[in-house]
Design a protein around this ligand. Structure first.
Ligand code: TMP
Length: 391
């Protein structure tokens, strides 16, 4: 399937950068023998993760709470020994490791984006600014010893060379250690036809079957899975060195549920493609109707996902006046590819549009709770998953 010519999802840019903008073909594909769902053409990691990275976990209070809860669970259930050591791959602005720093637990974040790591350092979260791979894993083990827990949230599926990452984990993890990671779940993405979760950074969208298979090649066993509501449906995976802990029945149940959903069948992805095309046509026709009526639409949340929707559907500034976003580094810039202005939330509040297109749909609850005045003033929301809706 092709979602067309795409820019980098987090490649927010200034007008003088329009000419040199990077594009690639966004082509998700499914391998029936392996069960892997991945994009074929992959932009170089250095073009996506660098010192001007524009995603900060702390822009969502809900996600900060989610990671604080995860941290507590890890400390309570998995860190019983003396002087434990915790590593987080893709530690971003330190939202997860902060609780470990506050508890005086030895920790190290690994993240290639220097600007987000600088924010983490402000909350005393130690960060190695680098990509996680076998050499960095070996370096960390040499300097700090092996880890009791290796954590990763919304990053494992970003690593193109998964075998290299899995081998790095296997070497860095103590014999009794745990790898806990969270990733968008393929089953949920397919069920909601949430095609906007497909973009450059998400090289893979994992099913439980694939996670179990890849890590097994490196002696790591999947012992537990927990479905999560984050990002419209994610999975928390717990892995250990083979045979070190009992395997929960949740793993076999999840594997069976994925099979019952038909995640192993190519037809499932044919249906997904057709559904995406229908949703694209419907969203475009709603926006064109609104334009004909001379009413205003703003986007809400310049998420990486919005880049896929805007470019796949061909929605530009003629249909959406601006996108409101609370992230300072995005404000004053333009959306990748379609070049819609990104403005601070204050601009949204200063003159409410008639309609707000909710790109950050995964934060719907948090956003609805913040915006009663928009609706009270007659403003209406447009959402697009699992169906295009105006309310
Ligand atoms: P995400 O869906 O990848 O987390 O990105 C959400 C984007 O939306 C991010 O740029 C921050 C922005 N945002 C707002 O502008 N207002 C909000 O209330 C929330 C929760 C996010």
């Amino acid at each position: 399937m092709s979602l067309g010519r795409m820019p980098l999802a987090n490649g927010f840019l200034t007008a003088d950068q329009f000419e040199d903008e990077y594009f690639f073909e966004l082509e998700p594909a499914f391998c029936a023998s392996w069960g892997m769902f991945q994009i074929i053409e992959q932009p170089p990691p250095e073009s996506m993760f660098h010192r001007e990275y524009s995603f900060f976990t702390r822009t969502s209070q809900h996600m900060v709470r989610h990671f604080s809860d995860l941290g507590e669970t890890v400390r309570r259930e998995f860190l019983q020994g003396d002087d434990p050591f915790v590593v987080e791959i893709g530690s971003n602005d330190g939202a997860l490791l902060e609780g470990f720093a506050q508890a005086g637990i030895r920790h190290l974040g690994v993240d290639p984006s220097a600007n987000v790591a600088a924010i983490a350092e402000r909350s005393e979260v130690r960060t190695l600014v680098d990509f996680f791979n076998q050499p960095t894993a070996a370096m960390i083990a040499d300097e700090h010893g092996q880890a009791d827990a290796i954590l990763a949230a919304n990053v494992m599926a970003h690593i193109a060379d998964l075998h290299e990452a899995a081998e790095g984990v296997a070497r860095l993890l103590k014999r009794q250690g745990v790898l806990i990671f969270e990733a968008v779940s393929l089953g949920d993405m397919i069920q909601r036809s949430a095609y906007d979760l497909i973009y450059d950074e998400h090289v893979y969208t994992f099913s439980t079957r694939v996670v179990a298979g890849i890590f097994a090649d490196h002696g790591l066993e999947l012992i537990d899975v927990t479905p999560l509501p984050t990002h419209g449906g994610s999975m928390r995976y717990v892995l250990v060195h083979k045979g070190r802990r009992p395997v929960s029945t949740a793993v076999a149940e999840q594997l069976a549920a994925e099979e019952a959903q038909g995640l192993h069948l190519p037809e499932t992805y044919d249906r997904f493609r057709k559904k995406c095309e229908t949703m694209r046509d419907r969203l475009l026709s709603i926006l064109e109707d609104i334009k004909q009526q001379g009413r205003r639409v703003a986007g809400y949340g310049a998420s990486a996902k919005s880049t896929t929707v805007l470019n796949y559907c061909g929605i530009g500034p003629e249909l959406i006046e601006f996108i409101s976003d609370t992230t300072p580094i995005k404000q004053g810039k333009y959306s990748p590819g379609m070049h819609i202005p990104i403005r601070p939330h204050a601009d949204f509040m200063a003159a409410y549009p008639d309609f707000a297109l909710l790109f950050a749909w995964n934060h719907k609850q948090e956003i609805m709770a913040k915006e009663p005045d928009f609706m009270n003033s007659g403003g209406r929301w447009i959402t697009f998953f699992p169906e295009v809706e105006v309310f």
